[in-house]
Ligand binder design. Structure first.
Ligand code: GLN
Length: 186
């Protein structure tokens, strides 16, 4: 199985490491031609959503990737990736792929709580270590969006059809359950 990891900015290397440790083949998406390759799933890593969104457009990767997601390509989106997928961003001007029917709030925990750790249950996985770094959360999940996890009443993990979106960084902790779940989808 081959997984494409968006590698224009942010924490993509850690995803690659974890996917490889689970036996997946990994390819990086850095330019439009990379999209011609064959892959079974897509990872949108954490980082800075505004920068990633801008680069995706400049590199002519935006429309083809959006099409692939709409056609059912399994996606694991973490943190900034979740923002890229969201249909609505309550405190952001621009939206990006808008394929996931949720409203997210960027940098939702404010400055004081910019980064923190929590451990909560994730549906279908169990207790899961969650590393939050200037994270968003989901303010509102649309119809048919499955809530996979919450922290302090805020939604931090969702699944909708082929898309998993999480506000935290599952690639930065040792638990590989989220990546396993994603690979099962692929
Ligand atoms: N704060 C970033 C954004 O708004 C997301 C941070 C992250 O991916 N860790 O895009």
């Amino acid at each position: 199985m081959k997984i494409a990891v968006l590698a224009v900015q942010g924490a993509f290397l850690e995803h690659e490491k974890m996917l490889k440790s689970l036996g997946a083949e990994v390819m990086e998406l850095r330019k439009a031609e990379d999209l011609l390759g064959d892959f079974d799933g897509l990872v949108l890593p954490g980082g800075e959503s505004t920068v990633q969104g801008k680069l995706l457009r400049e590199l002519n990767m935006f429309d083809p990737l959006k099409r692939r997601i709409e056609e059912g390509m399994p996606v694991l989106a973490t943190c900034a990736g979740l923002i890229l997928l969201a249909e609505r961003i309550s405190n952001g001007g621009e939206r990006y792929f808008a394929t996931l029917p949720v409203t997210v709030r960027r940098n939702a925990y404010g400055r004081q709580l910019g980064s923190f750790f929590a451990e909560e249950a994730v549906k279908g996985i169990g207790r899961f270590p969650m590393e939050f770094i200037r994270a968003p959360y989901v303010e509102q999940a649309g119809e048919n969006v499955e809530v996979l996890g919450t922290v302090d009443g805020n939604i931090v993990a969702v699944r909708y059809q082929n898309q998993i979106g999480v506000a935290f960084h599952p690639e930065l902790t040792a638990h590989d359950g989220m990546h396993r779940k994603f690979l099962e989808m692929c």
